[in-house]
Design a binder for this molecule. Sequence first.
Ligand SMILES: [Zn+2]
Length: 431
Amino acid sequence: MLLTGTVVVDAETTLSDGAVVTEGDRIVAVGERADLVETYPDHERRDFDIVAPGLVGAHVHSVQSLGRGIADDTELLDWLFESVLPMEASLDREGMRVAAELGYLECLASGTTTVVDHLSVDHADAAFEAAGETGIRARMGKVLMDTESPDGLEEATEAGLNESERLIGEYHGAFDDRIRYAVTPRFAVTCTEECLRGARALADEYDGVRIHTHASENRDEIATVEDRTGMRNVHWLDEVGLTGEDVVLAHCVWTDETEREVLAETGTHVTHCPSSNMKLASGVAPVRDYLERGINVALGNDGPPCNNTLDAFTEMRQASLLGKVDSLDPTAIPAATVFEMATRNGAEAAGFERVGALREGWTADLVGLTADGPRSTPIHDVRSHLVYAAHGDDVALTMVDGEVRYDDGDYPGFDAEATLAKAQELAEEIA
Ligand SMILES: [Zn+2]
């Protein structure tokens, strides 16, 4: 395919009258429109206003999609234990599959091509199948929680680790390597030491498997961990092996100086979730400080019950605005930085190589956007437009691994209408 428009190569480089050529799952050329149209006359041509790398949602909960709006305006631990976990526990295999499909369809329609997805305890196969069939790229894993788990979600330590190992065998590298596994403890509060150490041991056994968990999102959470272990949360995670270049920690809102040093020294990835942190009033993550320390900070929408959308464009805007008001400095977290967080930094955290920029030889994960309405006129700087003015609805086409997965309201090869109808039906049962 030959896609034309203003091409956003990466956070630094744009081509105002450019084109991108894909063949199979690869980008084979990026350059001036006139040159590439002449060189590739037989490629199917699609014209857009903007062509950009697909966005990376480096912390989402696809399987919570049926809970959009169920627990608004609630404190985090109440939100989790009284609404969200009971909802997860109520889903059977089909419910889990529909919820995951719904989440991935929303992502694809709004320009997210890769997610780091935190599933639930049970029925993880259903979400892996949903990722495979909707076509999204995902680093994902079943949740481990072996303590304080309501409504039957509690699972024996060994059973959870064994099931994780089975899923690694089944899905790590599946669907043309679009799907990779992350061992996924829920968070330190709901996991025993044995479980957390077991997660590290399991990840070490398999090449390319990562670890993904929540950390230091909320003050009650870090107080609970400190009471139990005598340590600050990130020090505790470091003690049991859950830091490092293969670890993605969501949130990291409440960290002290010494914990930030650990994150930087170990190369641990942090996913900033500004909408969720604002909606649950968790606090403001010290993103500027993390970036200055060289910590890789990605962006995530978190789950539909705490956001309430998976629109990564909204998340970029929120990240920038929150960073500015937090530091009382309008130069903090500028558009180019936040675009990098939502693309390359996300791909680094997710552990996919040659993803997150439009370069020759890189993977064909990209989006074509329409930008011709009042909200898009004028565009003085395309990155500013994408971060501060664009919406997920501006996405006209989404390609993952060279395959068109969303095209102007359609999902080629996937029956999205059936998913939406079933999701509505199941949501009424949950309500
Ligand atoms: Zn989360």
